[in-house]
Design a protein around this ligand. Structure first.
Ligand SMILES: *Cc1c(COP(=O)(O)O)cnc(C)c1O
Length: 471
């Protein structure tokens, strides 16, 4: 079939596609969105041939860029053998090789890999494993979880239960299991602006705000012996606004979990696979969680795949005679998908041969330098950066509260940046810069230029909003 023209495609999109995280009425009224047709490295091309920098790594998952010959070849090679077969009652070659590889690169002590097919399911698996771990040990009462406010762990109901972003999660509260939330430990504004400083200092424990430690002690005292696990996104809370924790936070949580006999679950769906400048965020503090959730960058952003890594201690709690009733009855049709596992293996090869982690350190410095002019800008409330994650908070005036949410200042800035050849997706009024890890220095530099230039238009946007509001 010949591909319909762009106008027809957009018309059919509006007629048939229900977009994720999207108020659909506003979507219909928006100017025509680009219809992406192909990609090359860090660039996306739409059906009209316009070229964009993929500044969000296709929602935080792309590692080596698009249309990468080695990754494409790995997929084709696997396709020549078999696309999919089940892990229920059978093994397949790529899922075995990948599990071994993941255990080799993961924080030491994680020894077993449970596959699923996305980030939310990787988290669901971790929560169910944590709960059943205690059940299997005869501690059924340990059924509460501790998580952080503004946490995001995915959109399935278990992940929503431990999530903490009211705008996304509040409506589902009656359907969720009970979770005790603590305030996220946060770095003060502009503390995480210099990439080199951050990358070096993260391993040295510092005093952050200590409020959260009192919170957690209070919660533990309120429900003694009732908690199964602490769950968090280590170092950087993604969808909550790229919130960054003070160095040493993860180490302290590990200590607290040990002291009170709970498991530590790290959701590295976003931070995993080099995004923060190390293979895993946990590596910055040499912490091994009991359960580690992976997805997004696992397949370099090519295919949906999730993995939950567990310690031998957890695995052993399920390892018993079938009649003991300790089996983990969980699995998805596409668990351990061969195509996805094959491309994940090829991606790990590329990370090694291309020294991706070193490249991230270099790009991270380029990004920090590029964003430096914004440090003194009146409309910038904070800049945070770790590895190739950067966030710029746009505010009415430094030290002042946020814009009216309905003004969609972040959204307008990103729409304008698209005209300049950059795709970004904001988190409310926080601009998020997350290019593919294999981007060129030139592209990262260009990306920061477009962002810096765009921030200079904030005053104009505000003036227009005020006029149209008659204020
Ligand atoms: C994206 C994300 C998820 C959910 O992954 P999906 O594949 O979108 O279900 C979970 N946790 C974190 C930290 C994420 O960034």
């Amino acid at each position: 079939m010949q591909q319909p023209d762009t106008q027809t495609l957009i018309q059919w999109d509006r007629r048939y596609v229900w977009h994720p995280f999207t108020p659909m009425k506003a979507w219909m009224e928006k100017t025509d969105p680009p219809v992406i047709e192909r990609g090359e490295g860090e660039f996306l091309f739409d059906t009209q041939g316009r070229k964009y920098i993929d500044g969000v790594s296709s929602l935080w998952c792309n590692v080596h860029g698009h249309h990468v010959p080695e990754l494409d070849q790995a997929l084709r090679d696997q396709l020549d053998k078999i696309a999919h077969t089940t892990l229920l009652g059978l093994c397949n070659v790529p899922s075995i090789l990948l599990a071994k590889r993941l255990v080799e690169i993961a924080p030491p002590g994680l020894s077993r890999v449970f596959y699923s097919d996305n980030g939310s399911t990787a988290v669901e698996v971790a929560c169910k494993l944590a709960y059943q771990y205690w059940v299997n040990l005869g501690k059924r009462e340990k059924n509460r979880f501790i998580s952080l406010r503004d946490a995001y762990h995915g959109d399935t109901l278990g992940a929503v239960s431990i999530g903490g972003i009211p705008a996304f999660h509040q409506v589902y509260e009656p359907l969720c299991f009970p979770v005790d939330r603590i305030a996220p430990p946060l770095l003060p504004p502009f503390a995480a602006t210099d990439a080199s400083v951050i990358l070096d200092s993260v391993s040295a424990p510092q005093a952050g705000n200590s409020h959260w430690q009192e919170d957690i002690e209070h919660i533990l005292a309120q429900h003694p012996g009732r908690h199964a696990a602490i769950v968090l996104e280590p170092l950087v809370q993604g969808a909550g606004g790229m919130l960054m924790h003070p160095p040493g936070t993860l180490t302290r949580l590990r200590h607290i979990a040990d002291k009170h006999n709970l498991l530590l679950i790290c959701d590295e769906v976003m931070t995993g696979f080099g995004r923060t400048g190390k293979m895993f965020a946990c590596d910055h503090e040499h912490v091994t969680p009991d359960l580690l959730c992976l997805s997004k960058g696992l397949t370099a952003g090519y295919m949906p795949l999730g993995a939950t890594l567990a310690t031998e201690n957890i695995f052993q709690a399920f390892y018993a005679d079938p009649r003991a009733g300790r089996t983990f009855f969980h699995g998805h049709t596409f668990t351990g998908h061969p195509l996805a596992c094959a491309v994940a293996l090829a991606s790990l090869d590329l990370m090694e041969s291309r020294k991706t982690l070193e490249h991230v350190q270099k790009l991270s410095a380029v990004m920090a330098t590029g964003l430096a002019p914004l440090r003194d800008h009146a409309n910038v409330g904070d800049i945070r950066q770790l590895g190739l994650i950067a966030a710029v908070d746009i505010v009415p005036r430094r030290g002042h509260a946020r814009f009216d949410f309905h003004w969609r200042v972040g959204g307008e800035l990103c729409a304008a940046m698209r005209e300049n050849g950059l795709i970004l997706r904001p988190l409310a009024d926080t601009l998020v810069l997350m290019p593919p890890l294999a981007s060129s220095v030139q592209s990262v530099s260009r990306l920061t230029q477009i962002v810096v230039q765009s921030v200079s238009t904030v005053a104009e946007i505000v003036r227009r909003k005020q006029e149209s509001n008659g204020k």
